[in-house]
Design a protein around this ligand. Structure first.
Ligand code: HEC
Length: 144
């Protein structure tokens, strides 16, 4: 009597397990949709209270080492670099590049615009377009 009961439970569990299989097979379909949703989440903008202040902080913390505090391309890390970091004070260079180009090299790095890979990417800034715009303004103002 008791072993019959256990066998019945086993059959029910077995049936449930089989019932799950088709669902598992359909899982890859959902996985295809998942990265798309993740991408959307990744570029979702992060609200920044003071983009200008954060831009200045980022320039000082991440850019001066190569481009120099005044943007002359003479930061302490620049000596060993070839090509040299861009001198932002040159008017001809400023005129030759669009804001979009500068935004792109800041977020995606030198490689993304056909420049040296030593110009690093800042992927975290992809979520902070307001801050990136203010960094561009900062870079532009170094020529003034
Ligand atoms: C490790 C050194 C290094 C750091 C840090 C660095 N850069 Fe650069 N950057 C370079 C080098 C080297 C180049 C020149 C690349 C070339 O000419 O191929 C460059 C080029 C550039 C250019 C010119 C692109 C062009 O098309 O002429 C811009 C704009 C720029 N960097 C912005 C920044 C900003 C803003 C930061 C900080 C967020 C930064 N860089 C941090 C090394 C650096």
């Amino acid at each position: 009597m008791r072993s019959r009961y256990i066998r019945l439970i086993m059959i029910v569990i077995g049936a449930l397990a089989l019932g799950c299989t088709p669902k598992e097979e359909s899982a890859p379909e959902r996985e295809v949709a998942a990265p798309a949703a993740a991408e959307v989440a990744e570029v979702a903008e992060v609200a920044v209270a003071d983009p200008k202040a954060e831009a200045i902080e980022i320039y000082e913390n991440r850019c001066t080492v190569c481009h120099g505090k005044l943007g002359k391309g003479d930061g302490e890390g620049s000596a060993a670099l070839d090509p040299k970091p861009r001198d932002f004070t040159l008017a001809e260079w400023q005129e030759s590049v669009t804001d979009e180009h500068i935004q792109k090299i800041i977020v995606y790095g030198g490689i993304a615009v056909g420049k040296s890979a030593t110009m690093p990417a800042n992927p975290d800034l992809d979520a902070k377009p307001e801050v990136v715009k203010e960094i561009v303004v900062y870079v532009r103002n170094l020529a003034k």
